[in-house]
Design a protein around this ligand. Structure first.
Ligand code: 6YU
Length: 518
């Protein structure tokens, strides 16, 4: 290997087309591949290396009995024209009429889906809808306030959680009800905090940075699902690529960059060499990495040679990547009403102003704030999907199905006050923390990091100002999108962004002429 050659690629037609490798065949990687191939014939020398045996990554549909459920991404958040996932799904004919309607696209929920619900307390009672609504409004009002610190010079406290707790403590002083009602109100607010942990994919909102929180952007449109599975999207994307374009079971273990690697057969020189677990190596002019932040956190030191520059390493360390898991439970008969779409649970001894239960084996299940009822019942039967975030979610992964089923049956019996309630007949769970090629669920801006870290993570290598060949390694994936991180549309847009970077690197005018449809 020699030192890397300098300069931008020449503007004239190169002797050989640039060779591009994309690592990871989630929606970011597939999106980038399609954009490159559609933009120009120049990018015909393109392959995806995928560690697992399937495309889709964190878009993963599965079967519970004969029903299709989502182990990863669930909704299109903000399904309207600006959302590229919505546009693609619509173009591929994957959504139902209701989701495609103009009316649906115009609803603006500000990122918070509110569905008809029932809320049970740990005392075995249904919580009054009035009390629940008033606490829901209070919680969302306080949460909205946190967005106001985006451009503030100073923040009163480092985290969203601390801000909410201080604001709640102030509210409590003004409450005039009896002690039992005050306790219940606090327990309800605590339930909303747990749900918010799932939304942000974090163990605690105390870990989520206050200042940058308002930078996450929402789009109009009432969140919708894929009737036949989210995976239809990524399967369709894959089908639009040449058959041999995606190589499966290729776990990339080393990315050597800034070099000069000779291809024996052609004598061509490449700046990057990628090595896989099976020892197979690939040479490339450009490698686009869409590896999840959880994997980068675990493996960045071993993965890159030479090591990543300090700013990139700091971004990987400081940004947050937490676990949000799902537990699907199928019941013979529902214990909820037909119009109910969410079953919430309030643990009366809990409060945002007190420490959460520390005994994971005894209380892990108390972290589940809500179960979504899969809708409509004609399609799903009677399935609840519980969301659980953080350390409790990671602990849940260590249990057996039978243990989870037994614990949750006890919970349902307790909250409904029906000791005879039949256990669920079927269970299916995600375990995103244990997944070797994900190591968690999605990213958030943690205390000690900010949007600039997202941009630092997204910047290609070598860094600007270097005289080495540019854009040898590019970075995409949900964690690299500054305003839509943690979503499928953020991931897709990040893939397109990096594809465009390469297109412009070679010939800006050609990419304009041959711009893809989307
Ligand atoms: C959304 C939703 N959603 C629930 C759960 C999860 C996620 N998301 P990928 O990981 O897909 O692809 C990388 C590939 O790389 C993969 O195939 C690997 O196998 C491969 N790879 C790894 N290492 C490798 C190696 N060494 N070599 C080769 N290959 C390697 N998003 O829009 N709606 O409802 C949800 C949800 C349980 C786990 C979600 C949702 C997140 C998306 O799934 C995710 O962003 C994208 O699929 C990622 O695509 P990718 O291509 O980047 O990576 C204020 C504020 C708050 C902020 N948050 C609010 C938004 C809330 C987000 N919503 C989440 C909610 C649910 C329920």
């Amino acid at each position: 290997m020699e030192a890397g050659g300098g300069g931008r690629p020449s503007r004239g037609a190169p002797a050989s087309p640039p060779r591009v490798l994309i690592v990871g065949a989630g929606v970011a990687g597939l999106g980038a591949a399609l954009r490159l191939r559609r933009a120009s014939r120049r990018f015909a020398d393109l392959r995806l290396l995928e560690a697992s045996g399937r495309v889709g990554g964190r878009i993963r549909s599965a079967k519970l009995g004969n029903k299709v459920v989502e182990m990863g991404a669930h909704w299109i958040h903000g399904p309207s024209r600006e959302n590229p996932v919505f546009r693609l799904a619509g173009e591929y004919g994957l959504l139902d009429e209701g989701a495609m309607s103009e009316e649906n696209q115009q609803v603006d929920i500000g990122g918070h889906l509110v569905l008809p619900s029932v809320c049970y307390s740990s005392q075995g009672q249904v919580v009054s809808p009035g009390l629940l609504d008033s606490m829901g409004v209070l919680f969302l009002t306080l949460l909205e306030e946190t967005r106001g610190f985006l451009h503030a010079a100073d923040v009163p406290v480092p985290s969203v959680g601390e801000y909410l707790k201080e604001a709640i403590a102030q509210q409590v002083k003004e409450w005039s009800e009896d002690e039992a009602t005050k306790r219940l109100k606090l327990a309800i607010l605590n339930m909303y905090l747990k749900v918010e942990c799932c939304v942000s994919g974090t163990h605690s909102m105390d870990l989520v940075a206050l200042g940058p929180f308002g930078e996450y952007a929402t789009l109009p449109g009432l969140d919708c699902t894929f009737p036949n599975g989210y995976e239809g999207l990524t399967e369709r994307m894959r089908a639009l690529l040449p058959e041999d374009c995606v190589l499966f079971n290729k776990v990339v273990t080393t990315v050597r960059w800034g070099g000069s690697f000779v291809e024996p057969i052609t004598g061509r020189l490449f700046p990057v060499q990628v090595e896989c677990e099976d020892r197979e190596t690939f040479l490339a002019d450009h490698v686009l990495l869409t590896i999840p932040l959880g994997v980068l956190k675990e493996q960045q030191e071993a993965l890159f040679c030479p090591p990543l520059p300090p700013q990139k390493v700091a971004a990987i360390r400081h940004l947050g990547f937490g676990t949000n898991n799902k537990i699907f439970l199928e019941f013979e008969r529902p214990f909820w009403e037909p119009d109910c779409q969410v079953v919430e649970m309030v643990w009366e001894a809990e409060s945002p102003l007190a420490e959460p239960p520390a005994d994971l084996p005894a209380a892990w299940f108390q972290k589940i704030g809500a179960f979504v009822v899969l809708h409509p019942p004609e399609r799903y039967g009677h399935i609840l999907c519980g969301f659980i975030a953080g350390k409790e979610a990671e602990f849940m992964e260590t249990l057996t199905d039978a243990e989870v089923l037994a614990d949750l049956t006890q919970v349902f019996r307790r909250v409904t006050g029906n000791p005879q309630l039949a256990p669920p007949k079927n269970i299916l769970r995600s375990s995103w923390h244990s997944e070797p090629y994900t190591r968690g669920s999605y990213s958030y801006v943690a205390v000690g990091s900010c949007g600039d870290d997202i941009d630092a993570l997204a910047r290609p290598l070598p860094e600007e100002g270097s005289d080495l060949k540019p854009s040898q390694i590019l970075f995409a994936g949900e964690a690299t999108h500054r305003t839509f991180y943690s979503t499928t549309h953020g991931a897709l847009l990040s893939g397109w962004r990096e594809a465009d970077r390469l297109i412009h690197l070679y010939d800006g005018s050609e990419s304009q002429r041959c711009a893809p449809k989307l």
